[in-house]
Design a protein around this ligand. Structure first.
Ligand code: NAD
Length: 249
């Protein structure tokens, strides 16, 4: 376990799912964690359960992202870690996808990442220290899935953003990396239905779905001081799903 003692970490989309898993591991590592989410009720409940704080924000709204970061700075005077995790994944095939469908996914997944990273940077630059971990996905950058063309584009876009941002911050003691989850059992994934979950588990070499904490441990490593020489990189956490099978075991 890496120690994040005395560090302040903001995790977006942490009321539930992978964000909650990341927040719980960061709390275990000793960080002061702020759960930031649009869902105030669930967010407050999660914060209370984990011994964390809550801050309401809508990542698709730039002013809201800036206000959330400012609220953290007002209380703690520092921000060491940002886990930009929020993402939505509504399905729409190309014959039915509207401009509004496309825009909604881009607004939350891609613009939200930009807004959060941009909001966090001044405080990190001022202390010449920062760890930013973006939750991307294998869907988009590596694989595809019918009905998720907009989602895949947003998740691949996060990586393009991350690589250039990492270069801009490299001299400031700030690293920016991405975790790429495979199929993780969250509320969002459960909403896709039982049959989908069964097929997903079947497609993973280990035949199990990931748990939110599996992503949390990977994010915790990238968020640790020890990961200082890793930036602009991706860490796939998928139970081997994207590995091509060369023979039937
Ligand atoms: P989830 O739906 O379980 O949780 C998402 C959280 O984000 C919720 O608490 C929700 O209230 C919050 N949220 C939604 N819109 C918001 C907004 N505009 N502002 C602030 N908060 C908002 O989702 P999840 O499965 O935990 O996914 C989290 C991240 O992991 C996403 O970026 C997703 O793309 C990525 N991911 C998930 C999986 C998976 O299998 N679950 C796989 C790959 C990548």
């Amino acid at each position: 376990m890496f120690s994040l003692e005395n560090q302040v970490a903001l995790v977006t989309g942490a009321a539930k799912g992978i964000g909650k898993g990341i927040a719980s591991v960061l709390v275990l590592a000793g960080a002061k964690v702020i759960i930031a989410d649009i869902d105030e009720q669930a967010g407050k409940a999660t914060a209370e359960a984990l011994g964390a704080e809550f801050e309401r924000l809508d990542v698709s709204d730039q002013a809201s992202c800036q206000a959330a970061v400012q609220a953290v700075l007002d209380r703690h005077e520092r921000l060491d870690i940002l886990c930009s995790n929020t993402g939505i994944f509504p399905q729409a095939t190309l014959d039915s996808m509207s401009e509004a469908d496309w825009e909604q996914v881009m607004a939350v997944n891609l613009r939200g990442t930009f807004f959060m990273v941009q909001a966090a940077l001044p405080a990190m630059r001022a202390r010449r220290y920062g760890r930013i971990v973006i939750t991307s996905s294998i869907t988009g950058p590596i694989t595809g899935f019918p009905g998720w063309a907009h989602y895949g584009a947003s998740k691949a876009g996060q990586l393009g953003f991350m690589r250039s941002a990492a270069l801009e911050c490299a001299r400031d003691g700030i690293t920016i990396n991405a975790v790429m989850p495979g199929n993780v059992l969250t509320e969002g994934l459960k909403a896709q239905g039982e049959e989908y979950l069964r097929q997903m588990a079947e497609s993973v070499p280990a035949k199990i779905l990931g748990e939110p904490e599996d992503i949390g441990h990977a994010a915790c490593f990238l968020a640790s001081p020890e990961a200082r020489y890793i930036t602009g990189q991706t860490l796939v956490v998928d139970g081997g799903q994207v590995l091509p099978e060369s023979f039937e075991a």
